[in-house]
Design a protein around this ligand. Structure first.
Ligand code: SAH
Length: 280
């Protein structure tokens, strides 16, 4: 089936199975209802975003087209991941001067020497994480908040840590503003300012951990805070270029811990993230 039709089929399923899909997308007894895009095609999607958020056809249409391309390229897969990426307005997470570039597949500067990752990278990491409703997710490197926002469409248990205080404060404000403007799921994202190397022990264990800055090893505290059968994605390597690793933790009946590592791009691609820095 051509990718365009596959995406339409995903959207159709989300639309047709509205009750089932809203559970699948994070509607829990104790959590917020996360809406699904009621869209069978581009036109319906654009109309749906206009009625829900008053979003213009330009951004909604460009987002639909980008996600369709990422599905075709194999960077974005899984119904929930497709829906989450479609629902997250990337143009609201980039500096005002870059809004016109928000739906190009490239990283963009967000100030403080940091960047918002390229859409294909967020799509791939999100697809690999395959977060299930209600699961607890920890992100290291909040940055613009875009990745955390995408994750908030899967579960109401998103935790994120940012080391640059003014950036953390700006993103907290942005979430509050967007939550008030109809993106209710973003109000539930829990943010901390500090060095994420040591994780966030108070809320551990995490079913999923995502690291969005480059580091030359897997921080042991993060591995420790990963739940049994949990999945971590992390770019590992020197500052110049890294391998995107999927790390799975298993705990045997006798308590023996084993860790499996897989190169997400299977030797076919390297990645380039901003450096993971450490508190002084
Ligand atoms: N996920 C972000 C990507 C931002 S780039 C987004 O969607 O926009 C990575 C971020 O990691 C930067 O904001 C950087 O300041 C932050 N970072 C680097 N080292 C860190 C650390 N030790 N703890 C927490 N955040 C860190």
């Amino acid at each position: 089936m051509p990718a365009g039709w596959r995406l339409r089929a995903v959207l159709f399923l989300l639309c047709a199975g509205m009750a089932a899909a809203s559970t699948a997308l994070g509607q829990q007894a104790d959590g917020p209802a996360v809406p699904t895009p009621a869209a069978g095609d581009r036109e319906t999607f654009v109309a749906e975003m206009a009625s829900r958020h008053g979003e213009g056809a330009g951004t909604a249409g460009a987002r639909f087209d980008l996600m369709q391309r990422l599905v075709r390229q194999g960077q974005l897969y899984g119904d929930r991941a497709v829906a989450a990426m479609l629902l997250t307005p990337r143009h609201d997470f980039v500096p005002p001067g870059s809004r016109g570039d928000a739906y190009r597949d490239s990283p963009l500067p967000i100030g403080f020497g940091q960047t918002i990752s390229a859409p294909h990278m967020v799509a791939r990491m999100t697809s690999v994480l395959a977060v299930q409703p209600g699961q607890r997710v920890l992100e290291i490197g909040t940055g613009s908040g875009y990745q955390a926002a995408v994750l908030a469409h899967f579960t109401d248990q998103v935790y994120s840590i940012e080391i640059v205080p003014p950036l953390a404060a700006r993103t907290a404000d942005a979430f509050a503003r967007m939550a008030a403007a109809g993106y209710g799921a973003y109000a539930g994202i829990r943010l901390a300012t500090g060095d994420g190397y040591d994780g966030w022990p108070e809320h551990a264990p995490y079913d999923r951990i995502i690291v969005t800055a480059a580091i030359d090893h897997i921080p042991p505290p993060l591995l420790q805070q990963l739940a049994p059968d949990g999945i971590m994605v992390i770019p590992v390597g020197p500052p110049t270029v890294q391998i995107l690793l999927e790390v799975r933790k298993r705990v045997a009946a006798d308590g023996t811990v084993s860790v499996q590592r897989r190169d997400v791009y299977e030797g076919m691609g390297q990645v380039r993230f901003v450096p993971f820095t450490r508190a002084q």
